[in-house]
Ligand binder design. Sequence first.
Ligand SMILES: [Zn+2]
Length: 287
Amino acid sequence: MKFTSIEGNSQRLDGGAMFGNAPRALWERWITPDERHRIPLACRGLLVEDLDGKTVLFETGIGAFFDPALRDRYGVVDEGHVLLDNLAAHGVPHTDVDVVVLSHLHFDHAGGLLTPWRADGTYELLFPNATFVVGQTAWERAQDPHPRDRASFVPALNALLEQSGRLELVSGDHTPALGSSVRFHLSDGHTPGLLLGEVGGVLFCGDLIPGRPWVHVPITMGYDRYPELLIVEKRRILTDVVARGVRLFFTHDHGCALCTVTRDERGRFKPGEEWETLEGVELTQLA
Ligand SMILES: [Zn+2]
C-alpha cells in the first residue's frame, strides 16, 4: 500500500471564519493572514495505491467548477483543476481511480468530482470508473441541506452522483468497495454524517480536524454546525489515535499533510512528527 498526498487548488479564506470564536491575536500566531484577513488553505487529497489491488482517492478538493466570480469570492487560487493535473503527473489519470471516498459533500471536498467551469454552465462527472463512497447521513444532508450550510453544497453534483449508478452509501464501519482494509469513523459536529476513513494507520480527518492548529481540542471552525459536539468527538477520536499510534492526514493544512499526535505534560493534544507531503510512501515506512 502506497500513500501519496495530492495537492488540489488552494484557497484563501477568512481567518476568523476558520477559527470560530478564537481571537485573531491567538490564531495569527499560527497562520499569518494577508491584508484581507485571509489565510492560505490547502484542498488536498490522499491517494492510496495497491489497497487490496485498488487505487483509492480520499477526496477531490475544490476543483475548478466555480465560475470566475465565485472563484474569487471563495479565494480559489488557481484556474485549472490542480488536483486532476497532479494526479496525472503522479501517473494516475482520474480514469484509473477505482474508488473515491468523500468525507462529506461540501464543495471544497467534492467539487473536484466535476469538470472545470464552462461558459454554458454544464458539468460532467470525472472519475468514470470509480465507485463513489459517501456516508448515508452525509448524503441525506446534501440532498436536504439546512439554510445555514446550503451554500456549501452543489446540487448539480448530487444529481450526477445518483445518475452514475456508482454511488455507494456507508452506514457502518466498512463498505463493500473497500472491504476490511478501510474502517470508517463517523462525526456530526462539522456536518451530520462526516465520514472519516482510516487505512493503514492513517486517519483522513476531513473537517473534524482540518489542520494542525485544530488538533488543539477547543479550536473549532465558524463553519462547524455543532462546535460543542465536535469538541467531544474530537477528544474521543484523538484519545483513540494516540493510544493506537494512528497518524492524522489533513486536507486543509497548507504546510502539513500528515502528523503523529502526542500529549504534553498538561494532557493537551499536539502534532508530533510532521510530513509536509507524502510521495508514494509505503505503509512499512510509516509504521
Ligand atoms: Zn465541510
